[in-house]
Design a protein around this ligand. Structure first.
Ligand SMILES: NC(=O)c1ccc[n+]([C@@H]2O[C@H](COP(=O)([O-])OP(=O)(O)OC[C@H]3O[C@@H](n4cnc5c(N)ncnc54)[C@H](OP(=O)(O)O)[C@@H]3O)[C@@H](O)[C@H]2O)c1
Length: 351
């Protein structure tokens, strides 16, 4: 018989971390750890961070096949499970990558993630991007898949049917979407037999996506916020000269000073108090520890929440250029900015 898994003395008791109830009755922690190494941190380093995060009290881990580290992360999960962590306390997300949207590939991809992670089920499985367009890891933003396609709802629903079968067959408990827009999510909700429980979307103070955020909540879809700190260490290819650095926004810095914390922690307090589930990435123990502690102590005041609301600059960091199809215009065509889903020729003549 295993001993109970011990949380580090300077960590956070997971029972103190707020939870979010999904429409299907399942509960998830209100903050988790991201595992995308951003080309900067290798698989072993990320896996080590996962092990440390579990000891610090994290129970939600955001994984994906395309992060290329699920086997290593799986070993870290198992280290904790073998040391007495109850599987029921963990909430593990994984995602099907764009080159596996064909229904038979969805199942194979899920089974591969389960094998790599060493789990018998996933708590949530997401369609990583709504486009079946693949590209080599780490490629330049100008790279294009010659077989790339726009969002075609009937095709997406074929993928979604395969996702639903994973729930039927007990491989996953919840299914969800990522990188969708209101027009796409509305159609998916209308045609789904099993509705998405999660919507993983970019969310940080300079990019609050108020309408999609509220639309998701209104339809019982829990927003999970990626790049919650504005992804300060994202790869060069995901940077443009106009990008704002969230952590340097003067109002945010001022609030952080008042609380005596790093601006990153204000982003996380704001995220959890607003109602999204942030999944900050870090491999550094002190960052992971302070990120988790931030959401169980010293909350922001209503006035501070209000001041942060005004920081929205519609500043999307992950623009997704590599997912464009031949015939599309700019990356804006990926995000349905006119409120409609553009087809093969995008929104029209190229700028
Ligand atoms: N669904 C999707 O399409 C999608 C897309 C992107 C990301 N994601 C998920 O979201 C997760 C997070 O996104 P992200 O890593 O791009 O962005 P992020 O969490 O906003 O930024 C992570 C970086 O912030 C820094 N940091 C973390 N904690 C800090 C602290 N307390 N103080 C100061 N700096 C701190 C670290 O930089 P240093 O390492 O330089 O210290 C870390 O690498 C990913 O790991 C992934 O799981 C999903």
């Amino acid at each position: 018989m295993n001993e109970r898994f011990q949380t580090a003395a300077d960590g956070v008791d997971p029972a103190r971390v707020p939870g979010r109830r999904l429409y299907n009755g399942l509960e998830m922690p209100a903050i988790g750890l991201g595992t995308f190494g951003s080309d900067k941190y290798g698989a072993e380093q990320v896996a080590q961070a996962v092990g440390e995060a579990l000891r610090l009290g994290y129970r939600l881990i955001d994984c994906a096949a395309c992060y290329g580290n699920e086997a290593q992360v799986g070993r870290a999960l198992h280290g904790a499970l073998d040391a007495g962590l109850d599987r029921g306390e963990l909430f593990v997300i994984s995602k099907v990558w764009n080159d596996c949207h064909a229904p038979k590939d969805v199942r194979a991809s899920c089974e591969r993630s389960l094998r790599d992670l060493g789990l018998s089920y996933l708590d949530a499985y997401l369609v990583h991007w709504p486009f079946p367009n693949a590209h080599a890891p780490g490629c330049d933003v100008a790279a294009r898949d010659p077989h790339a396609r726009p969002y075609i709802h009937a095709e997406f629903m074929e993928t979604w049917r395969a996702m639903e079968r994973l729930v039927d067959d007990g491989l996953v408990r919840s299914i969800g979407v990522s990188n969708v827009t209101i027009p796409k999510l509305a159609r998916i909700l209308q045609d789904a037999r099993i509705r998405p429980a999660l919507n993983e979307m970019e969310l940080h103070p300079s990019f609050q996506q108020g309408e999609l955020f509220q639309f998701s909540l209104d339809h019982g879809v829990q927003p999970v916020g990626y790049c919650p700190l504005g992804s300060p260490s994202r790869p060069e290819r995901d940077r443009t000269p106009e990008d704002i650095s969230d952590l340097d926004m003067p109002v945010l810095v001022q609030i952080a000073r008042k609380h005596g914390v790093h601006p990153a922690l204000v982003c996380l307090k704001w995220a959890v108090q607003r109602g999204q589930v942030p999944i900050p990435f870090s491999v550094k123990r002190e960052q992971m520890r302070s990120n988790l502690r931030a959401v169980v102590e010293d909350p922001l005041t209503p006035e501070e929440m209000h001041a942060l609301r005004a920081l929205d600059r519609n500043d999307r960091k992950i623009k997704g250029q590599v997912f464009l199809w031949p015939g599309a215009g700019s990356w804006l065509d990926l995000w349905d900015v006119d409120g409609t889903i553009p087809g093969w020729n995008g929104y029209g003549p190229h700028a």
